[in-house]
Write a new protein. Structure first.
Length: 204
């Protein structure tokens, strides 16, 4: 009898330990934004040309921490692109492109955001986004700066490489300064076949 009970408890323990883990409902970027892509890791290539086998960003990175909720009105879609504006003004387009159809290649970058964007006017916010557009083609390590009134900022592509799926990827560093306050954030994006960029991680 005792052996039967021990055998039953052992079988129950094994079944529980082998059961698949349930998805975390708060893991927004994994379940709602990042999709099913496997581009969570890519080889780094620093500006001096050396390869680094470590991932440039720990994956996954959850924007604003576990449990952070983005208001529904700040999330929308254009074509197959998820546009997330956690902070700042809500408008169509990106940077100096005022229509979504003209800006579709860069719309995913809206999710690389800092809270200070709430203190910028629309033109300042667009200048910051325009710097991101230029940074997608600038040499690695070159800082793209902008300034408008009391606000300024910069965007730098700090690493590049190829994902496990063969897509070209870059990691970007954002910085915004206004009234002596400074905030920064990071994001990694991979270029898709149609030339648009898909954001695969973001953090601060």
């Amino acid at each position: 009898m005792q052996q039967s009970i021990i055998a039953l408890l052992t079988a129950t323990f094994i079944a529980i330990s082998m059961a698949p883990a349930q998805a975390d409902p708060h893991d927004y970027w994994r379940d709602q934004y990042r999709g099913q892509h496997n581009d969570r890791r890519y080889d780094q290539q620093r500006s001096y040309g050396k390869r680094d086998s470590r991932p440039s960003v720990k994956s996954p990175i959850i924007h604003r921490g576990r449990g952070y909720s983005i208001p529904p009105n700040r999330i929308r879609r254009h074509r197959d692109i998820v546009i997330v504006r956690p902070h700042g003004h809500l408008y169509s387009g990106y940077g100096h492109y005022y229509r979504d159809d003209d800006a579709y290649k860069w719309l995913a970058f809206t999710a690389i955001a800092v809270k200070l964007l709430d203190n910028l006017n629309e033109q300042q916010q667009r200048e910051h986004e325009a710097a991101q557009v230029y940074a997608t083609a600038a040499p690695i390590g070159e800082t793209i700066s902008w300034s408008d009134g009391r606000a300024s900022g910069q965007v730098t592509a700090i690493r590049e490489g190829n994902s496990s799926a063969g897509r070209y990827c870059r990691e970007f560093h954002h910085e915004v300064t206004i009234g002596g306050r400074k905030e920064q954030s990071y994001g990694t994006a991979c270029r898709q076949p149609d030339g648009s960029w898909e954001l695969i991680s973001t953090g601060q």
